[in-house]
Write a protein that binds this ligand. Sequence first.
Ligand code: PLP
Length: 489
Amino acid sequence: MPADSIGTATPAPPLGAEYADTASAAYRAALQVLESVEPRIAAATRKELADQRDSLKLIASENYASPAVLLAMGSWLSDKYAEGTVGHRFYAGCQNVDTVESVAAEHARELFGAPYAYVQPHSGIDANLVAYWAILATRVEAPALAESGVKHVNDLSEADWETLRHKLGGQRLLGMSLDAGGHLTHGFRPNISGKMFFQRSYGTDPETGLLDYDAVAAAAREFKPLILVAGYSAYPRRINFATMREIADEVGATLMVDMAHFAGLVAGKVFTGDEDPVPHAHVTTTTTHKSLRGPRGGLILAQPEYADAVDRGCPMVLGGPLPHVMAAKAVALAEARRPAFGSYAQRVADNAQALAEGFLRRGARLVTGGTDNHIVLLDVTSFGLTGRQAESALLDAGVVTNRNSIPADPNGAWYTSGIRFGTPALTTRGFGTADFDRVAELVTDVLTNTTPQGSSKAKYTLADGTAERVRASAAELLAANPLYPGLAL
Ligand code: PLP
């Protein structure tokens, strides 16, 4: 199918175009101030914009936040300590932070149709940690306190406290395996989640690479987890969350969905019904900076029975909130409630289809044979390469990606056999389906011209002229789709 025939959504207006002049003046002034205090930071800040403008960014977890989101972070809101939550702070004078946090949470609830939202987590990992503790507090600690007839852990006897501590540390968590696309925080040993829980993984079907719900149900029946985690970093397909909830209910598990990667597709109503995790999960966590296009940060949505425990995230799990980042989350969530964001999200998905089809047409092998979200996972063993070699060769040609494990990866978690591509960032720049077909062509050009050196899993040779040829073509694509058009420093 020709790539142009895939697109359905019209491009959203360029990011921040309506206030580009004002934003330019603001940034020029800010950089001048920085220059007078620490010129190296001013220079690195300028250079980062130039580098971002000049690179073909295909990292699935990155995006470009609007100037409004970025400007919201550069203020004196940063100076305020505000442990606690709205109306219940451990510090005085938090009235403005209360406003910021309330507005951000209101936008999050409205955007995702959630009864409760918590906007304090500093990142996705922090959001998951708060969520785990909230589930443990609700399902293990609260019943234990009730059984002992006390309201607070400090009122437990030493013996009862010791029993509770062991119980908290003895719970079970079932999540997607790392090589199928799960995340380290879903119970893996090197991460704290793997030390907090007994963990088991469900994988994907060895033939199709697709999630096998019967296998998940069988694993859940056998393992009986307290928490069933759904969500991924590198799985190129949608998940049926209604089915995951049925599985959780059958075994008495709490369903936690980590939608860090695809929150933008949920916000933009590309994932609806059974593919929208929010109505099905007891607790939903996300980052705000990937497909959602906000500041770096985390967010938790929850059903009411978990809300009180999540609200205690700071200071029980998290360090003090970052009010300036909560302000930026509010701005990003307000942006995501506009119709233009829906058309952006649809284009993210259309562009991933175009990229996948572009690879398939050129004979490449994709994990699961394609995509229906924003991720394309290319199996580079078909080019005779490791992920490490492919990632480096692509970078030589100005194509920024990351290597990634594939199911049953023959090259292990360091060298890997996959390259993960994502469409959110370049879609923000205005790339369409034809542009992504061209990206597939450029990537294929690099990989077919890369040869491993001997038996090394890291060293490679890139045929003469390849990097220059691909860089020149990428520069044309980037020039036609400028980042922050009108923003002049
Ligand atoms: N959860 C998932 C599924 C992710 O993919 C990631 C990051 O890549 C995270 C959590 C962690 O997010 P952060 O880097 O903001 O802590």
